[in-house]
Design a binder for this molecule. Structure first.
Ligand SMILES: Cc1cc2nc3c(=O)[nH]c(=O)nc-3n(C[C@H](O)[C@H](O)[C@H](O)COP(=O)(O)OP(=O)(O)OC[C@H]3O[C@@H](n4cnc5c(N)ncnc54)[C@H](O)[C@@H]3O)c2cc1C
Length: 303
């Protein structure tokens, strides 16, 4: 719970749009999650800085949400403020072989802008349902590409509302990891990427091909948060889960997808509790049968 005074102060920040007790099931691709005390949309850096500073002063927890495509939110909801970026954070500009975009832009829109400009390198990202901020945070990747391959520099805001820029290796990218995972208090504002000139039509063809492969293999017709588990070294999570006989295994409204065992899907009305019990069952069974530990890729948040 946040105080009435805090709510009043937040409500007075220009460029910020707030809602109380916002149901996180409506803000995540899993369609799971109880209410956030305060849901805020920040249109610009000034509004964001004011909110971050206020949360710090008042000891109110602050969580930065992207498209909510890699999250499992507690049925009990989230304490404090959940903030989504909007407005100026949705911009993209192309200059020569580089593209600079705000953290809120969807990867689909970003990849399309690069394709239109005849720039290759983001085809792999065009079907990932996240934002640029979430993709940099997670070092999102698919079909042999990852953010690490294209990112030059990232501007972020710290917990005091100050802005910084990091370049190249300072991102500390590795498999589904970046420096931002070690500093959840940082908010990614924008990222500059270096791409490679290529014929627009051929870029479009690659994007269509990758998205068709995605549609064929993944249960895109059901709510999920993508691959539930990270790829264990030397194995594929989906294959291990299928070989363990867990394809289609159900707990409440959640199940291991019949189409791709690496995905836990929401068949309708799944709770966070259902998904957690299912994940535990999968982890224990795979460990027992193959002595492999499955680590979740999906991030749990909430109270
Ligand atoms: C159907 C489906 C398919 C998917 N396929 C893939 C795939 O092929 N490859 C892949 O890598 N992932 C995939 N994902 C997972 C997910 O889309 C990616 O991890 C994506 O990068 C998450 O971005 P997001 O904006 O949704 O972040 P969220 O899920 O909202 O947040 C994830 C984390 O990033 C942080 N974050 C988000 N924005 C910012 C910011 N601006 N500043 C600081 N921190 C931030 C959040 O605080 C949180 O900790 C898939 C998901 C689904 C549902």
């Amino acid at each position: 719970m946040v105080s009435k005074e805090f709510l009043e102060a937040v409500g007075e920040i220009p460029g910020l749009h707030i809602q109380e007790n916002y149901l996180m099931a409506d803000a995540t691709t899993f369609k799971i999650g109880g209410p956030a005390d305060v849901f805020a949309e920040a249109d610009n850096k000034k509004a964001l800085a004011s909110l971050i500073i206020l949360c710090k002063e008042e000891c109110v927890p602050f969580f930065l949400l992207g498209a909510g495509s890699n999250l499992l939110v507690s049925d009990k909801g989230i304490d404090g403020v959940v903030c989504r970026l909007a407005g100026e954070f949705d911009d993209v500009t192309v200059s020569g072989n580089t593209v600079t975009a705000g953290a809120a832009i969807s990867l689909a829109k970003l990849a399309r802008a690069a394709q239109k400009a005849g720039l290759s390198g983001l085809e792999f990202a065009s079907g990932i349902p996240g934002t640029l901020g979430g993709a940099v945070y997670m070092n999102a990747g698919a079909y042999g590409g990852e953010m690490k391959d294209v990112v030059l520099e990232t501007e972020y805001m710290d917990a005091q509302g100050h802005m910084h820029i990091i370049c190249g290796e300072d991102h500390k990218f590795s498999y589904r990891h970046s420096v931002f995972c070690d500093h959840p208090e940082y908010t990614i504002l924008s990222t500059r990427m270096r791409l490679v000139p290529k014929d627009s039509d051929s870029i479009m063809e690659t994007m269509r091909d990758l998205n068709a492969r995605r549609k064929e293999k993944q249960p895109l017709d059901k709510p999920s948060a993508g691959s539930t588990f990270k790829r264990p070294e030397g194995y594929f999570a989906g294959k291990l889960i299928e070989d363990a006989g867990l394809k289609g295994y159900t707990v409440g409204g959640a199940s291991v997808s019949e189409k791709h065992s690496g995905f836990v899907v929401n068949d309708g009305g799944a709770t966070c509790e259902d998904v957690c019990v299912l994940i535990k069952k999968v982890q224990e069974t795979v460990k027992e049968q193959f002595d492999v530990s499955l680590e979740t890729e999906v991030k749990f948040i909430g109270r």
